[in-house]
Design a protein around this ligand. Structure first.
Ligand code: MN
Ligand code: MN
Length: 272
C-alpha cells in the first residue's frame, strides 16, 4: 500500500497525480510517474531522520490521479487548472505529481488566480524557456517561458540549470540563484515551487525523459527542497518528470518517492 495513502482524509496538503506526457520530446513515460511514486513509496519508512518527523504525523491526503486526455495539451491543462483551482478555494496546498513538466503550467495558472503576486521557483537541469519547441508553444521545453509570459521574468528564479539554447542563455543567467538568494528574493510572497527531477545527475536518476549529465546529488536536492520549503511561503508545488520505464532497476522511482516524502514532511512542518 502506498505510504502516501496511509494518511488522514482531510489533509491541508493535497497530492494530485497528473499522468500526462504528450509533449515529451525525447523519451516518453512520465505518464507512469505518479503511480510508480506511490508504488515505490511502499519500500520507504514513513520516518525521516533528516527532518526528525514522520509522514504519519503529517496532515496530508492523496487525491489520486486526474484522468487526462492525451494529444492536444490544452484540455489536459484546463483540467489540471480547474482541479488545482478548487483546492486553492478550499485553502489547500497542492502537491502535483507529474507527468511531464508541462503539467506545472495548469497548476501555475490556478495558483496565480488565487495569488496574483505569486513567484515561481524552478528547479531543473533545463531552462524550459524556449518560446516554442518545433512550433509547439505548449511543450515541456517551454513551460517556464509560458510562466514568464504570465508573471514576468522578475517573479521567477531558477536553480540547477545546466542546459539551454544560445538564445535562452542570457535569460538563464539573469534568473539563476542559489537557495539563500531565492529565500531573500521571495521575502514573504507566495511561491510556487516546481521541481523537475532531471536536476539530479543521471547516475542517480536515469529514469527521466531528458537526462542531462552533470547534475546534483540526491542529498543536495533534498537539502535544497527542505530549505526552500522551510524558508518560502509555499502556495503550491510539484515534482515532475519521473519516467520509470527508463530505469529498469526501479531506483529512480524510489528516489522520486523519497523526495516526495521529504517534501510532504517539510510542507507539514512549515504549516504546523
Ligand atoms: Mn523541465
Ligand atoms: Mn528538465
Amino acid at each position: 500500500m502506498s505510504r502516501f495513502l496511509a494518511a488522514r482524509d482531510q489533509g491541508r496538503i493535497c497530492l494530485v497525480g497528473a499522468p500526462f506526457d504528450s509533449t515529451t520530446s525525447y523519451r516518453p513515460g512520465a505518464r507512469f510517474g505518479p503511480d510508480e511514486i506511490r508504488r515505490a513509496s511502499q519500500g520507504l519508512e514513513t520516518f525521516s531522520p533528516e527532518q526528525e518527523n514522520d509522514l504519519e504525523d503529517c496532515d496530508f491526503t492523496d487525491m489520486g490521479d486526474l484522468e487526462l486526455p492525451f494529444g492536444d495539451p490544452s484540455p489536459a491543462l484546463a483540467m489540471i487548472e480547474a482541479t488545482i483551482g478548487e483546492l486553492m478555494e478550499q485553502g489547500k496546498i497542492p502537491l502535483l505529481l507529474g507527468g511531464e513538466h508541462l503539467v506545472s503550467l495548469g497548476a501555475i495558472r490556478a495558483v496565480t488566480g488565487r495569488f496574483p503576486d505569486l513567484r515561481i521557483v524552478h528547479l531543473d537541469a533545463h531552462a524550459d524557456l524556449r518560446d516554442d519547441y518545433l512550433g509547439q508553444r505548449l511543450s515541456h521545453a517551454s513551460v517556464i517561458r509560458r510562466a514568464v509570459d504570465l508573471l514576468g521574468r522578475d517573479r521567477i528564479r531558477q536553480f540547477g540549470i545546466r542546459s539551454c539554447t544560445r538564445e535562452e542563455y542570457p535569460l538563464v543567467k539573469s534568473l539563476a540563484a542559489d537557495v539563500p538568494q531565492i529565500i531573500a528574493w521571495a521575502g514573504g510572497s507566495p511561491c510556487y515551487l516546481t521541481c523537475d527531477l532531471d536536476i539530479l545527475d543521471p547516475a542517480v536518476f536515469p529514469g527521466t525523459g531528458t537526462p542531462e549529465p552533470g547534475g546534483i546529488s540526491f542529498q543536495a536536492l533534498t537539502e535544497a527542497l527542505v530549505r526552500l520549503i522551510g524558508g518560502l511561503r509555499i502556495a503550491g508545488m510539484d515534482v515532475v518528470e519521473l519516467a520509470p520505464n527508463m530505469d529498469t532497476t526501479g531506483v529512480s522511482s524510489i528516489t522520486a518517492a523519497k523526495i516526495v516524502r521529504e517534501c510532504i514532511i517539510a510542507l507539514c512542518r512549515r504549516r504546523s
